[in-house]
Design a protein around this ligand. Structure first.
Ligand SMILES: Nc1nc2c(ncn2[C@@H]2O[C@H](COP(=O)(O)OP(=O)(O)O)[C@@H](O)[C@H]2O)c(=O)[nH]1
Ligand SMILES: [Mg+2]
Length: 444
């Protein structure tokens, strides 16, 4: 008997903490869905009142069922969001029956984990406002969305002020400073252990750092690059000055945690000037104009049946105008004139796609058991979509699906051509692949 392709194993809660802040109870539960690998995680950071929770609520609300997804208990701060990619079913010319993801209007929506972090305050790196715990959760993410209030409606403490008075640029740097100080402290605290590994186990510096930093998603190549860029590789760790730790930590922060700046509240006209400033400072590619509130309104209107709307699209359709209340009509007109007509889209969905596919350089691959029919053993066509990093091989895909599949791995087939793939093949975006393994029935 062979395991189902998606035989998920759910581990118990790995890590949980519950904290009381400003009378609100944030529970950050780390109930992680475990299969061969962890689900991609995107953390939302930024000052208070920039719109993080609104963004979180928008990305985790999708009015479509994903049939066999074993969602774990969702805490208020960790949810499942969806990243959108053009579904391969159209170019193959088949109708699909998605299982681990969903397909809307030619777009495949694939689940990822999204973490909403409470606003970080000054001194968070040394524990203020429970910043330490929040930062260590942020460090578990594969990438970060840094939300700023482009309308300048918050002051430097994150309290609401007159629009235009706040500075999103200064807010960005405040938060970054906390992050970098936290990384610096973390690395400095681990320096003794690194030295022990260097001396006791005769490890090289990269490997020793890797051992202490793997838990915060730092990879070997990040450490190598950071050591090269800072030219610290040749200086004995015992001789590093505080400034050296800081420059090394800064490199590690940016290399290991790609970050997109979300310029939120772009529905307010006052936001435009700040948005331009942000793009000039950080480059167009790294700043996305966004209105989390508008996206949330659209998704809610879709859910309640008032409109049809596919997240990320440039427009929506009112289903039956006679059923729309004057208040709803006003809101939909606002959405159209203030956001969609001007910025084409709300930016929420774009922010996630850019993060996953451009910053993290991920590819989407569709594993199928039956290469001829592009289906699983039950005849579901293109049931699953997996997100894998650039450079992944079919063997990595097998591992991601199930360890049994990789243990008996023989070779892989490109389902669209029927050809066997070479051993060193690296997966490209939108590949449809059949894995042939001794541990599973396969019908190539
Ligand atoms: N105009 C406008 N207001 C927004 C937008 N996103 C969030 N807000 C408002 O900003 C305030 C703070 O939002 P919230 O999501 O709680 O911020 P958080 O503290 O960062 O989680 C709320 O009043 C939201 O309604 C947006 O895109 N446009
Ligand atoms: Mg919030």
């Amino acid at each position: 008997m062979f395991p189902k392709v998606l035989a998920f194993v759910i581990t118990p809660i790995v890590k949980q903490f519950s904290v009381l802040q400003k009378g609100r109870n944030y529970i950050i539960a780390y109930g992680v869905i475990r299969r061969g690998f962890d689900m991609l995680k995107v953390g939302i950071i930024g000052k208070t009142n920039t719109g993080k929770t609104t963004l979180f609520n928008a990305v985790t609300l999708l009015n479509a069922e994903i049939s066999n997804y074993p969602f774990t208990t969702k805490s208020p701060n960790i949810g499942i969001g969806y990243v959108k990619t053009p579904c391969v079913h159209r170019e193959i010319g088949v109708k699909d029956n998605p299982k681990n993801s969903t397909c809307l209007d030619g777009w495949r929506f694939i689940p990822i984990e999204v973490i909403d972090l409470p606003g970080l305050i000054k001194g968070a790196w040394e524990g203020a406002g429970l910043g330490n715990q929040f930062l260590s959760v942020a460090a578990q993410a594969d990438a970060l969305l840094h939300v700023v209030d482009a309308s300048g409606s918050i002051n430097s403490k994150g309290a609401i002020c007159e629009p235009g008075m706040g500075s999103p640029l200064a807010d960005y740097y405040d938060i970054e400073e906390e992050l970098i100080k936290w990384y610096t402290k973390n690395i400095m605290e681990n320096a003794d252990q690194v030295i022990r590994l260097l001396e006791g186990k005769n490890m090289d510096l990269t490997k020793a750092f890797l051992e202490v930093m793997a838990g915060i998603k730092v990879k070997e190549e990040h450490i190598k690059t950071a050591l090269n860029r800072t030219k610290l590789g040749s200086i004995p760790l015992g001789d590093w000055e505080d400034e050296d730790f800081k420059s090394f930590a800064t490199e590690i922060r940016y290399l290991s945690k790609p970050t997109l700046i979300v310029a939120n509240k772009m529905d307010m006209p006052v936001s435009e000037k700040n948005f331009q400033g942000l793009q000039e400072t950080f480059g167009e590619k790294f700043v996305i104009p966004c209105s989390a509130d508008v996206e949330l309104a659209l998704r809610r209107a879709e859910k309640s049946g008032v409109i049809s709307y596919v997240p990320g699209e440039e427009g929506f359709k009112i289903k039956d105008l006679s059923k729309v209340t004057p208040k709803q009509k006003w809101a939909l007109d606002y959405v159209k004139s203030r956001m969609l007509d001007k910025w084409l889209r709300t930016g929420v969905d774009l922010a996630l796609s850019v993060t996953i596919f451009k910053l993290l350089m991920m590819n989407v691959v569709y594993p199928v058991e039956d290469a001829k029919h592009y289906s699983d053993s039950k005849g579901n066509v293109l049931p699953d979509a997996y997100i894998l990093p650039n450079g992944s091989t079919p063997f990595d895909l097998a591992k991601a699906i199930h360890s049994d599949l990789s243990e008996g791995f023989l070779y892989a087939i490109d389902a669209t051509t029927g050809f066997r793939l070479p051993k060193d093949y690296t997966i490209r975006d939108r590949d449809v692949i059949t894995i042939v393994s001794t541990r599973r029935k396969s019908k190539p």
